[in-house]
Each structure stands twice: as structure tokens, then as C-alpha cells.
Write a protein that binds this ligand. Sequence first.
Ligand code: PFF
Length: 435
Amino acid sequence: MRETFSSSSGFALAAIGSAVGLGNMWRFSYLTAEYGGAAFLVLYIALTVFVGIPVLLAELSVGRGAGKGPIDAMKHFGGKRWSLLGVLFVVTGFLILSYYSVIAGWTARYGWESLVGSLPDNPASHFEQISQGIPAVIWHLGFMAIAVTIVASGIRKGIERTSLIMMPILFIVVLGIAFYGSTLDGAASGYRYYLDLNWKAALRIEVFTAAAGQAFFSLSLGMGAILTYASYLKKEESITRHALVIAVADFGVAFLAGLMVFPLIFALGLSTQIIGTVGTENDVGSIGALFITLPEAFKTMGSSGYWIGTLFFLALSLGALTSAISILEVNVTSAMELLSWSRKKAALLSGVLISLVGLAPACRIEILGIMDALAGNLFLVVGGFALSVFVGWKSIESIRNVDLSPRLRMIWIWLIRVPVPIVLSVVAFYSVMNL
Ligand code: PFF
């Protein structure tokens, strides 16, 4: 018998755990900083509602309907040819996890350094030292070992239990720091940057595509992670309710992350270090912006910085872990189904292979940047495009049979038939031109 999540809230927390991660705090903050604050935020919300949620519903419905991982699920509904889309999902997950765990490794290391009170005096050179080479490799491997252990323990005992413990801690910490940020002198200028709308900044194709890519990455769409989790969902669960809960929680944490990061960097006069860094400097400048700016902020804050810094990196590490296990699960479920491996064997061997590929981004941050552009942006969007065409145009009743009113169901189907594929193909085209 195939395992299932033991409860509705267990599934919800695991899926939220997949969505809420480095994307919400690290990627969202640096993209928002770069692309004009509120302008980016508004586009991101619109794209989450009109593109993200429809694709989320499609993934949930395919996964639950088939009760199988991505390759077998696509084969089940679409035949052999469509199983290739499942293969793309697995490859994308493999690549994303190999660099995601490197960044998660930096995060865990910063958490440890904050805890033992050894945050560096010169954050920029410290980041350069630890983000590449042996130190990055060690923390990357340690992080992967934890992810493998959790996934090897199973859906209920590993993934569900971890999410049940970690997600509430993450929510409380993020709320607490956002509240603390509001008490800082100078927080208002941070909020102003974050929430003041500058339409001119939003009307650039570059901002539009970055916001679409971020909506996808943040909701864990386009690589079968949500599809795979949904395949372990009991048949009687309402997937529409789950889609809403996941999207609201994911957006909520990203929004709160902004409320936590912007007051901090503005109150401490560090905004020039981060605003406008993406694409204008080298990869260390953009990818590392938060890892340089925030430790500096925490250091400047003295003893409160000690606590805030430790808790911040703790929350970030927990978010990264619950996302990483969902990506690993895509590979593990597929290996179990295709090769008839046991869960433990599948977790261990996929983990080892992903860790090995991850040595490249751990050794060179430029490779990490390229992998993020390729897998984290382009492949996800291509995967989401193909899935929405599949669900929209292949009239398979059991996939479309979602618990929506007939009118909303029609809107959903028309969204994934026309506007969603158009938006995603524009984003994919633009990402290819920018590679
Ligand atoms: N959604 C995760 C985050 O925001 O950090 C990253 C992610 C997880 C992307 C799972 C894709 C995925 F399938």
C-alpha cells in the first residue's frame, strides 16, 4: 500500500514547507530590492493569483488524481510521450537541489556563527571566503545528509513530522522579527521603499519576467514537487482549499520577510549595499547581498542583534530544509516507482548524486548563478508551461474534476489554456535571451 499523509494539516504544512524557503526570504528580498520595491511586489501578487494558483491547482490535481510521482503520473494521464515532461521535472529538481543546498549550507553556517557569537567583522570578505570552496562543500554535504535522513524516514515519520515541528517555529520567528523591525528608528524609510509604488519601475519586461519566475519558484511550481506531495494525499481531500492555503501562506511569509529585511537595512543605513545589485555587479554582489548586509546589520545592533541574527538564520535554515526535502522527494518517489528501489536506497543514492553535482556550485559561485538562471528560472517555467497546456487542452475529466463551482472551474480552465501559457512562454523566451 502506498503511504499517505496522515492528516489534512500534515499535508498542508508539508506543502507550505515546500513553498516557504530561501525563495521567500533570500530570493524575494534581493529581487524586491533590485526591482523597485512595491512595483515588483504588486506584479508578483498579480502573477501569483493569475498564473501561480492555476498551475498550483493543476499540479495538485494531476498528482492526487494519479496517485503517482511525476513520470508515472504523466504517463498515466498522457501516455509515453507526456512522461517526458515528468523526466524534465525530475531533472529540474535534481539541478535545483544541487545548488539550493549550497545556499542552505551558507545559511546554516551563518546561523551557527550567530549562535556562537562569531559573526565576522568584515562580512563581505567573510562571505567570499565561505561561499566557495571547501567550507561551502562541507556545509552543503552536511545539509544534504540531514535532508536525506528525513526523506529516508518516510512521508509520515520523516516529511510530515519535520514540517509539523518546523513550520510553526518559522512562522513565529518571522512574525517576531518583523514586529521587532517596526520598533527600529528609521524603519519608516524601509517601509517606504518596500511599499511605495513606482509604476515606472514596474513597466519593464525585465521586472515582469523576474516577478513571474519568482512566483513560480516560490510556490515550488514547474518541477513536480507539489505534484509529488499531492500523490500522497488522500482522495477525499479538497485540493482547492489546499491551493489557497499554500498560496496565502507562501505570500504571507514573503511579505513578512520584506517587513523584516527592509526596516533592518534602512534603519542601519545599509540600503546602498543591496538596492540595485542584481545584474549590475558580479554574482557575489547580487546573490550574496543579503548574506553580507544582514550580518553587518546584526553586528551593528549589539546584543539584540545576537538574538535577531541567530533566530533569523535559524528560520531561514528551517525553511530551506523543508523545501529541500520536497525537492528530494520528487527524485526519491520517481526512483522508487521506476527502479523499484526501497525508499532508503532511493533517498541515499539520489542524495549522493545530487551532492556530487552540487560540488560544482559549491566551488564556484558563478556556476551557482548559471544553474539558478537555467533550472530555477527557465526549466521551471517551461515545465509549468507544458503542464498547463496538458491540463488545459487534453480533456481529461478526472484531472479537471476539482472542487470548484462550475463558473470558477471554467475560469481556471481558460486561464491555463490561454493566458498562463502565453505569459510563461514570454518569460521563457526572455530567460533564454538573457542566458
Ligand atoms: N519554493 C522554494 C523556496 O521558495 O525556497 C524553492 C523550491 C522548492 C523550488 C521546491 C522548487 C521546488 F520544487
